[in-house]
Every structure is written in structure tokens, then in C-alpha cells.
Design a protein around this ligand. Structure first.
Ligand code: BTN
Length: 223
């Protein structure tokens, strides 16, 4: 079951780091690590992830049954768990009203048969650092007052469902929430218009020189 056993830290360096240590020591599938606060929260692409104490869901789950579309399935589960409509910016940022409300970081040791799924959801954050002011949001700022425990409970249930569903169903649900579909985007080596994801989860972009499939890296919406 996703969410049991659970280890909760008042302060952790990174719940992903704590979950990785537990996984390496043999923790079972579904083990949940949560925290009120992180001192070294990690994001994708080597970035940091920060949140004021008790303002965000900060959780990591040890997985030993690995879904082939895990990062995409997790994003769909986050959308479903939120109390308002949300979309997904490839590959797995979750947006409300075109601002990021949740992020997902999958880290793993596939050769050892485990992965750690880390999720941060901004629930009650009122103020973001200036560099995030235009791009981040929280459920509170979007008009919903709820608790981190309520959101996490809903998220654990959604993960239980989506991580058991086959990849085609995950991809179909992901495509319904694709925030970049039909939008002008740019990345390090080009620009174009998002036209969905292929069956491997790569982002498909129409460019002046033809279609391109991006399987890694960072894509930005041209606002
Ligand atoms: C991203 O969007 O860049 C991914 C952010 C992931 C943040 C979460 S918070 C809980 C877990 N522990 C971490 O150190 N990172 C993830």
C-alpha cells in the first residue's frame, strides 16, 4: 500500500534523501517519508526546492514495483488529487492557472529495483521568493484553503490508483491535461509549438524544420 509505513520528520534535509536511505536499507514498497520542513529540498535539473515550514506537502515514496511511465503517472495523480482543475507542463510540473503548484522528482536505482518518487505541493504558501513570484502559486493563492495532510491523503489514494494502471491509460490522462498543447515553446536548442507526447513520454514539438521529439531537458512556455 502506498503510504505505509510512514516516517514523518519535523525537519529533514530532503525527504527524497531520507527515502533513498530507507530504500537502500530495504524499506518496503509504499514506504512514505514526509516532512514539515526541508533544509536541502531538491528539484529537477539540479535546482533546489524551498517552502516555508508546514506550508507544503513534502513527501517521498519508496517504490519497488516500477511503472514504466512513473513520472507521467505521478503528474496525473497530483492533478487528480488537487481540489481544483490543474494541468501538466511537460514532463511533470503541475500548474494551476499557468503557475506551478507542484513539482515531482523521481530518483532511483533501477538496477537495485527501487525508485523514490518525491512530490512537493504548495498548499498554504502566501509569499514566494521574488524569482518565483511570476511563475509559482499555491492552493491558498488560487483560492482554496485546505491542509497539507488533507492534500497528502488524497494524493496517496490517487497514486495508488494511477500507479496500477497501464501506460496507455496514463498517457491518455496525461494528454488531457497537457498545458503545452498548441502553445509556443522554446528550449535550449530551438522553439516550436507543442503537439503532445509520444508513447515513450517524449514531448513532440512542431518546428519550422519539422517535428522534434524531446526526451530530456527543460522546455519553457513563451508567455
Ligand atoms: C521540481 O519541480 O523541480 C521537483 C520538485 C520536487 C520537490 C519535492 S519536495 C519533497 C521531495 N524531497 C525533495 O528534496 N524534493 C522532492
Amino acid at each position: 500500500m502506498i503510504g505505509l509505513p510512514r516516517v514523518h520528520h519535523r525537519v529533514a534535509d530532503s525527504t527524497n534523501e531520507r527515502a533513498r536511505a530507507l530504500a537502500a536499507a530495504g524499506a518496503p514498497h509504499g514506504t512514505l517519508v514526509s516532512a514539515d520542513e526541508q533544509t536541502a529540498g531538491r528539484g529537477r535539473q539540479g535546482r533546489t526546492w524551498t517552502a516555508p515550514p508546514r506550508s507544503a506537502v513534502l513527501m517521498s515514496v519508496v517504490l519497488r514495483e516500477l511503472h514504466e511511465a512513473l513520472p507521467l503517472a505521478a503528474a496525473v495523480a497530483v492533478c487528480e488529487a488537487l481540489p481544483m482543475p490543474a494541468s501538466i507542463k511537460w514532463p511533470n510540473d503541475v500548474w494551476i492557472e499557468r503557475r506551478k503548484v507542484a513539482g515531482i522528482l523521481v530518483e532511483g536505482r533501477p538496477q537495485e529495483g527501487w525508485a523514490v518518487l518525491g512530490i512537493g505541493v504548495n498548499v498554504a504558501t502566501r509569499d514566494f521568493p521574488p524569482e518565483l513570484g511570476d511563475t509559482a502559486t499555491s492552493l491558498r493563492l488560487a483560492g482554496v484553503t485546505t491542509s497539507t495532510e488533507t492534500v497528502m491523503a488524497s494524493l496517496l489514494g490517487a497514486l495508488e490508483r494511477w500507479l496500477a494502471l497501464p501506460t496507455p491509460e496514463v498517457l491518455a490522462a496525461w494528454r488531457e491535461r497537457d498545458a503545452l498543447f498548441g502553445e509556443a515553446v522554446r528550449w535550449a536548442n530551438g522553439s516550436g509549438v507543442g503537439v503532445g507526447v509520444d508513447e515513450t513520454g517524449a514531448l513532440l514539438v512542431d518546428t519550422d524544420s519539422g517535428p522534434v521529439a524531446l526526451d530530456a531537458g527543460e522546455v519553457h512556455l513563451l508567455r
